[in-house]
Design a protein. Structure first.
Length: 137
């Protein structure tokens, strides 16, 4: 399994375990899919990038950037902004457990963005989670 997929699974598990998030977005609407339109509201597991950290010759450490897309029908960005804050809190609530042969050495939210969708009805948030992942073996 890739470091990016391991991180994605850990992020989703953390989000669906946080009641403050699932009170706004049902667990069934926190998903990885391409179909549009996204459920309202939803958190879509988005793009990922994995870079070799270059700290040893065994190539065990990777920096992974994983994006989450938040979609919500609302007149402002307030609900999406609140949800982004809850996601940040969830991600920063302790290290992710070892999963599928990967250990999460460190994680943080390196970026959040709030945007108005051109449809005039939908707000869109993007949260970028950055993690240092190391092969457990």
């Amino acid at each position: 399994m890739s470091a990016a997929l391991s991180l994605q699974k850990s992020i989703r598990a953390r989000l669906v375990a946080k009641t403050a998030i699932t009170d706004i977005v049902p667990a069934a609407s926190i998903l990885d899919r391409h179909q549009t339109p996204a459920p309202d509201p939803s958190i879509i597991m988005g793009e990922a990038q994995t870079l070799d950290e270059g700290d040893d010759l065994k190539r065990r450490s990777f920096r992974v950037y994983s994006t989450l897309h938040i979609w919500m029908k609302e007149r402002s960005l307030a609900g999406t902004n609140e949800l982004c804050g809850l996601i940040v809190d969830a991600v920063l609530n302790g290290r992710f457990p070892e999963r599928d042969g990967w250990h999460c050495v460190d994680q943080m939210v390196s970026n959040t963005r709030l945007m108005r969708d051109p449809d005039g009805e939908t707000s869109h948030g993007v949260v970028t989670v950055e993690a240092l992942m190391r092969r457990a073996s």
